[in-house]
Design a protein around this ligand. Sequence first.
Ligand SMILES: [Zn+2]
Length: 243
Amino acid sequence: MRRWIILLATMAGLVAGFLGVLELSNARGFQLFGDIVARLDTDAPVVALTLDDGPTPAYTQTVLDILNERDVKATFFLTGRESAEHPQQVQAIAAAGHEIGNHSWSHKRMAFMSPASIAEEIESTDVAIRKTGYAGPLHFRPPYGKKLVALPWYLAQHGRTTIMWDVEPEADAADAASPRSLAEYAIANATNGSIIIMHVMYESRASSRLALPAIIDGLKARGFKFVTVSQLLAGRQQSSAAD
Ligand SMILES: [Zn+2]
């Protein structure tokens, strides 16, 4: 009897541990190694708009036009594969003054990937983006936000900051299919130093593209200024000098 209880307790512990590991791989503001940012702790009314995936020839210019009309600079987390396929789109993003980030080569989940594959995913993407002539900062965002041990370890060893987010309208809005609902969620939930994540590069993301102008206009009306991820991180220097 006693043996069974111990066995059951051990199994429950293992399940809890595994669930904990999965939870950790998703945590927006914590990882085991290295620098991770989901939001900047600041009194300044600044937000960073981050746009994941692509670039795609179909929608890059549409998105650039929306941003340009509103004089907003964003940060585009691009995949290496799509950057290599569409270097002109990468150049157009950079030429418009936006920041580019590394979003892995193939957009696979990286939580359980081997260290060698992780290095390949990240380095080949750096190469593809740099080949277009982009010389700016290249922060990293894991596909699906998934990370665990090997990925954070690699990033820490290479001095790379992991950029997550604290406002995700597509996941948390009452109705992700409604541009108005997406915009209302973003406008209501962004705070000083927020990092907003949106996906605007694929055909399936029409609602997000339609929501983008309203999100920008609404946040500007609340007094927020849009900055790139690097500009946002620059605001950390004072606080990190103190700790
Ligand atoms: Zn992505």
